[in-house]
Ligand binder design. Structure first.
Ligand SMILES: Cc1cc2nc3c(=O)[nH]c(=O)nc-3n(C[C@H](O)[C@H](O)[C@H](O)COP(=O)(O)OP(=O)(O)OC[C@H]3O[C@@H](n4cnc5c(N)ncnc54)[C@H](O)[C@@H]3O)c2cc1C
Length: 410
């Protein structure tokens, strides 16, 4: 017979540890079952080892469109202020860098430590190297959690086993999808997100890559499916950088459905049409005896110049006068819409988050399964993915805390 309010947590990552603390603080007996030999392996790699744990500039719009309505409510209950207070209550000093929140230690491992320390202080029991395989609801309302080692029994189960993104060593192998489907929940198709995009375009710079501030629009035909501004990186293999990562989940989804996607890069995002035409006019008025490469020297990054000339099959040695005004104008306008055909996307190992997952329609406002009450689904396992910048960990804290509190009351 399980303890009155014994909460079993499957997965000791970001959302699971947060859920464990919320439930234990509310008086529940809590057990965390973790597949690897320690908690928070992925968490300790986040933010390049510094852990960007939340963001002061947050809204529901920072998440995938189908999560936004629900996210408004969830962020009201446990948003960035509650996350900051939560970490203060754990003794973690958090600082803001332009709204991006980090531990002052500069070490993601500090975040893991304070979460685990609090769990231990609250008497949370840990089982390591134990993989949750199946959850069954018994006739008496209790749950039997079958693992690779044995069985655990509890009044409520929180599934916080993560998704598929990140190195496999962090435990992200997507076990939760099968477990949830067996309990009658629906899985939305999954794709790698916050990842670089591949291209087989032969004009991409082979040796040294290019970094430049730009607006990147992703197009299917003439329709824009995603648009982001920031530093884009172009290498011989494809494109990356923040604007590409932010759009990658959407692009991956379309590509997987067989829709061809093209990136259109604007290296002059601060100019409107009229201003850019004025700039082109001024360039055309420069003395014509200079070579094309000389004309472009002061116009843009030399690697981008080389790439554009290669695409236009023009030699930089040509005299501007001989190239002709209309062709020069055509070359210069390419800098506002450099088209790169996207052929694929990085795999889950390289992605930071999983797009898709357990349908939010199957979960109530406390993240509890509607089909199997008593089972909660939190974190990356849900059909929720956020932008790069602390939004995914915010979701782990938000969902973990809400579910932990609710599970402790069952
Ligand atoms: C390189 C990288 C950098 C990132 N940087 C940031 C960042 O700076 N800011 C940000 O907001 N987000 C970042 N993210 C995303 C963030 O790490 C995830 O969104 C977050 O960790 C998800 O939390 P979770 O609890 O759902 O899953 P996880 O943290 O992945 O935890 C899941 C846990 O469950 C365990 N597990 C899996 N299967 C089982 C099973 N069957 N039985 C028992 N245990 C199991 C795993 O071993 C793991 O410990 C980054 C991701 C990566 C890969």
């Amino acid at each position: 017979m399980a303890n009155e309010n014994h909460v079993i947590i499957a997965g000791g990552g970001a959302s699971g540890l947060c859920a464990a603390i919320a439930a234990a603080r509310d008086g529940a007996k809590v057990t965390v079952i973790e597949k690897t030999d320690s908690c928070g392996k992925k968490l300790s790699m986040t933010g390049n080892g510094r852990c960007n744990l939340a963001n002061l500039n947050i809204s529901a719009d920072d998440y995938n469109p189908n999560a936004r309505d629900r996210m408004k409510k969830w962020l009201k209950r446990f948003g960035v202020n509650e996350a900051a207070d939560f970490f203060t209550s754990l003794g973690l000093v958090v600082i803001s860098e332009n709204g991006y929140l980090y531990p002052i230690s500069g070490q993601a491992t500090s975040v893991v430590s304070v979460l685990v320390n609090e769990c231990k202080r609250l008497g949370v029991e840990f089982f390591f190297n134990e993989q949750v395989k199946q959850i069954t609801k018994e006739d008496n309302g209790e749950f039997t959690v079958k693992t690779s080692v044995g069985v655990h029994k509890g009044k409520a189960v929180i599934l916080s086993v993560g998704g598929l993104a990140g190195p496999k060593s962090t435990g992200s192998t997507g076990d939760g999808y099968y477990i949830c489907e067996k309990l009658g929940m629906t899985k939305k198709d999954t794709y790698p997100a916050l990842v670089s995009l591949n291209s087989e375009d032969e004009t991409l710079p082979k040796e040294s890559g290019v970094r430049a501030l730009a607006r990147v629009n992703f197009l299917i035909g003439d329709s824009v499916i995603a648009s982001e501004y920031g530093e884009v990186q172009i290498t011989g293999k494809g494109i990356s950088g923040i604007p590409v990562m932010q759009s990658s989940g959407t692009v991956a989804e379309h590509l997987s459905k067989g829709r061809p996607v093209t990136a259109s890069i604007n290296f002059f995002p601060g100019y409107n049409d009229e201003e850019f035409d004025g700039l082109v006019k001024a360039m055309l008025e420069l003395p014509g005896e200079r070579r094309l490469s000389e004309l472009l020297d002061g116009f843009c990054n030399s690697n981008i110049n080389e790439m554009i000339l290669k695409r236009m099959k023009l030699s930089g040695n040509m005299k501007v006068r001989n190239v002709g005004e209309s062709m020069i104008s055509c070359v210069l306008h390419k800098y506002r819409a450099l088209h790169i055909k996207i052929s694929g996307f990085g795999d889950y190992k390289k992605a930071q988050v999983t797009r898709g997952g357990i349908s939010l329609g199957d979960l109530d406002d406390t993240l509890q399964s509607k089909k199997t009450p008593g089972v909660f689904v939190v974190g990356e396992l849900c059909d929720v993915d956020g932008r790069c910048g602390g939004y995914n960990l915010q979701w782990a804290w938000t969902s973990g805390y809400i579910a932990g509190e609710a599970a402790s009351c069952l």
